[in-house]
Structure formats: structure tokens, C-alpha cells
Design a protein around this ligand. Structure first.
Ligand code: NAD
Length: 254
């Protein structure tokens, strides 16, 4: 799928990996709708990105809001690409230090955002893409965001790992389901990326994270994520696959 001239939507587009993806897509000639929470920097960021960008406030866990935002993305042309980056973690231990069982609410919230939000992206995005005529034998492409925590969840990441493993699990299933509609689905599983999520880290903690990456010995840059997301949209033979983007890191058991 050529990015030039298409309409694309990026959730979590106001920050980090989503914002970097929007930048790359605009550079390649796409019209990009940033979908993010009302309190995000979306409006300001869209203004900085220029005429090819617009911001629509929506919560990806809310069916109506997400559907309206995707409809708004379709106003700039048939929606052909959706890169879904909205997500977050929560720190929970199964038995907390005070002996209490890990809390249920933050677990549910992370599943709601990361897993149900991704299901919403698949179904609401694909239903819109399916209405368009194919271009070069395809109607669209959806890119989800997992994490290496889907494979090597660390202590405290029980909710995050469950949600991201769910995203990895949905990827092939969704690609098969949407094959008859000529819509592709892939997932990127990033390692440790240098985004505002990690903004509060102490320098020594950051250095030790960098040291844990075999090569290149540094954190991943959001631009590298954006480049891969664009590449997936552009390459018609990539489908049903989760791609690790992690400098060969394998998270340690503790
Ligand atoms: N940064 C990393 O190291 C890393 C590693 C692996 C996976 N990831 C995943 O990448 C994705 C993006 O992370 P990031 O580092 O860019 O984070 P970020 O915090 O910089 O950006 C996330 C964006 O998602 C938005 N968002 C949160 N909840 C939302 C909701 N309900 N509806 C709409 N938008 C919502 C936030 O407002 C924010 O703008 C997440 O799914 C995260 O789990 C990040």
C-alpha cells in the first residue's frame, strides 16, 4: 500500500511511538488523523505537524468515540491504514508486599485499554476499510502494538503482559479473518523505546537499561518504530506476523 495520498489514523498519536509514526506517514505523503485522549497534546501536535495532520479526541476504549474518530479520519479520503499505539502499563504483584492479593481494578483497566482497545481498532477500523474499493489488490492495513513483555513479562507486569500477549494472539487470527476483505494485520512488539513513558527515569536506571540491549546498546528511538509501521503498511506480503523491534533484548527474570 502506497502511503502517498492515503488517509491514515494513528491512535496514541499525540505522543511517543504514535507521534513518530504520524511524522513518518506525513513525510511519505499520507493524510494523518491523530486519535488521542482529550487531555493529550494532540491538538498542539497536529498544528505543529501541519496541514496533513488533524487531531480528533477519543478514548479508544469507548466504541462511539473511537468509531466517530475513524469516521472523521475517513473525511480526508478512504481510510487505508490504522496504526494503533494507545496503551499503558500498571504495576501489580500477585501478592503485594503487605500480603494483600494484587488489585483487580488496575488489571481490568489495562486489559480494557490494551486488549479491548486493540479489538476495537481491528473491528472498527476493518469495517470502514472493507467498504472501499481495493487498490493494488488490497483495501487496507492495521498495525497493532504489543511489547516484548508479551513474551518475557517481568515481575509487576502481570496485567501488561496478559494484555500484550492477547494482542500477539489476535494478530494471526485477525489476519486470517480479514483476508477475505484484503485487509492485512501485523503487530510490532517493541523493546525499550525512548518515549515519554520512560521520561521520569533516573540516569543510572536508564544507563542500565541501555546496557541490557545487546546491539545497538541503547534504547530504541520512536522514529525506528514509525519507520517499521510505515514499512508494514507499504509491504503487501507482510501479514499475520508480530515483529520484535528490540535490539535483540530478552528481558531478565528479575
Ligand atoms: N515506550 C516503550 O518502551 C514501549 C515498549 C513496548 C511497548 N510500548 C507500547 O507502545 C505504545 C505507545 O507507547 P508510548 O511509549 O508511545 O507511550 P506514550 O505514553 O508516549 O503514548 C501513549 C499515548 O496513548 C494515549 N492514550 C492512552 N490511553 C488512551 C485511550 N484510552 N484512548 C486514546 N489514547 C490513549 C496517551 O494519551 C498517549 O498520548 C503503548 O501501547 C505501549 O504499551 C511502549
Amino acid at each position: 500500500m502506497r502511503l502517498e495520498g492515503i488517509s491514515a489514523a494513528v491512535t496514541g498519536g499525540a505522543s511517543g511511538l504514535g507521534l513518530a509514526t504520524a511524522r513518518k506517514m506525513i513525510k511519505a505523503g499520507a493524510q494523518v488523523t491523530l486519535i488521542d485522549l482529550p487531555g493529550s497534546a494532540g491538538a498542539q501536535v497536529a498544528q505543529e505537524l501541519g496541514d496533513a495532520a488533524r487531531f480528533v479526541a477519543a478514548d479508544v476504549t469507548d466504541e462511539q468515540q473511537f468509531a466517530s474518530a475513524l469516521d472523521a479520519a475517513g473525511e480526508t479520503g478512504p481510510l487505508r491504514a490504522l496504526v494503533h499505539c494507545a496503551g499503558r502499563g500498571a504495576h501489580i504483584r500477585l501478592v503485594e508486599k503487605d500480603g494483600q492479593p494484587g488489585a483487580l481494578k488496575p488489571f481490568e483497566e489495562v486489559i480494557e485499554l490494551n486488549l479491548i482497545g486493540s479489538y476495537n481498532a481491528l473491528r472498527l477500523g476493518a469495517a470502514r476499510m472493507a467498504r472501499h474499493e481495493p487498490v493494488d489488490d488490497e483495501r487496507g492495513a492495521i498495525v497493532l502494538t504489543a511489547s516484548v513483555a508479551a513474551f518475557e513479562g517481568q515481575i509487576g507486569q502481570i496485567a501488561y503482559t496478559a494484555s500484550k500477549a492477547g494482542v500477539v494472539g489476535m494478530t494471526l487470527c485477525a489476519a486470517r479473518d480479514l483476508a477475505s476483505k484484503a485487509i492485512r494485520v501485523c503487530t510490532i512488539a517493541p523493546g525499550i523505546m525512548d518515549t515519554p513513558l520512560l521520561g521520569g527515569l533516573r540516569n543510572d536506571v536508564r544507563a542500565s537499561l541501555e546496557d541490557s540491549v545487546p546491539h545497538p546498546r541503547r534504547l530504541g528511538s520512536p522514529a525506528e518504530f514509525g519507520a517499521l509501521a510505515c514499512s508494514i503498511v507499504e509491504n503487501p506480503y507482510l501479514n499475520g506476523e508480530t515483529i520484535r523491534l528490540d535490539g535483540a533484548i530478552r528481558m531478565a527474570p528479575r
